[in-house]
Design a protein around this ligand. Structure first.
Ligand SMILES: C[S@@+](CC[C@H](N)C(=O)[O-])C[C@H]1O[C@@H](n2cnc3c(N)ncnc32)[C@H](O)[C@@H]1O
Length: 215
């Protein structure tokens, strides 16, 4: 689904309208499990509507969107959900806290996210939704939207991941995937195992990533 059509349907403004990107993209440091994630994209070759929960500066969004645009598929929208306030570890771990830019104590990296996506030439495909994962799932559910896939990479706390799995699984279309990062984190693994047990699902995993598919 083209973003302009989705925006008309939702009666939302385009967050990129009138936005002037910074002159240079800011580097991002998260690892990217290319082989596993591309194997998921390949199984959904022409998505209409996809979502990512946890976008940070846009690395995973850029990789996913580029995967499709470089194969000649442009007519999709990727909704990027994030508070752009950081996860608990960005506040607690000194190494990560150094990478959380703040002004007067308030995180300020949303604009850099917009800039990175604009400079990557993806403003036609990307729709940021600055919300908590829980509120965003309620908004998307109320709008009766459904997704070819949803990528989870927000909080890695067990209860939060369980909530994200529970809220976003109903938003995935039959044949689509819910997948995510950091399955080697204890909270992510425990939540995924609990969720899969409850729903009779068998997760596909690599060392770092996981995916579940909806029949
Ligand atoms: C690990 S980073 C995402 C990295 C990104 N996927 C990438 O590849 O660069 C996690 C992001 O999730 C966001 N986040 C954490 N908990 C959240 C929540 N409950 N709701 C929305 N966003 C959240 C943080 O603000 C942070 O930007």
């Amino acid at each position: 689904m083209k973003k302009e059509d989705l925006l008309k349907q939702l009666q939302w403004e385009d967050p990129f309208a009138g936005f002037t990107p910074h002159s240079a993209p800011e580097s991002w440091s998260w690892h990217y499990d290319e082989a596993f994630l591309q194997s998921v994209y390949a199984r959904v070759p022409r998505p209409q509507l996809i979502a990512e929960v946890g976008s940070w500066l846009g690395r995973s969004a850029i990789e996913a969107a580029n995967y499709y645009t470089r194969r000649g598929w442009q007519d999709f929208t990727l909704i990027c959900i994030d508070t752009w306030l950081g996860s608990a570890e960005h506040w607690l771990q000194p190494g990560l806290a150094r990478n959380l830019p703040r002004i007067n104590g308030y995180p300020v990296y949303y604009e850099q996210f917009l800039s990175n996506l604009a400079l990557a030439g993806l403003s036609e495909q990307i729709l940021p939704l600055p919300q908590t994962s829980l509120n965003a799932s309620r908004i998307l559910f109320s709008l009766a939207l459904s997704f070819d896939w949803v990528y989870l990479d927000a909080s890695h706390d067990q209860m939060d991941v369980l909530m994200d799995l529970s809220m976003y699984w109903p938003l995935v279309k039959p044949g689509g995937a819910l997948f995510g990062d950091d399955v080697h984190w204890r909270g992510v693994r425990a939540a995924l195992d609990d969720f899969c047990k409850l729903h009779g699902l068998i997760p596909e995993t690599s060392e770092k990533s996981w995916a579940i598919w909806k029949r």
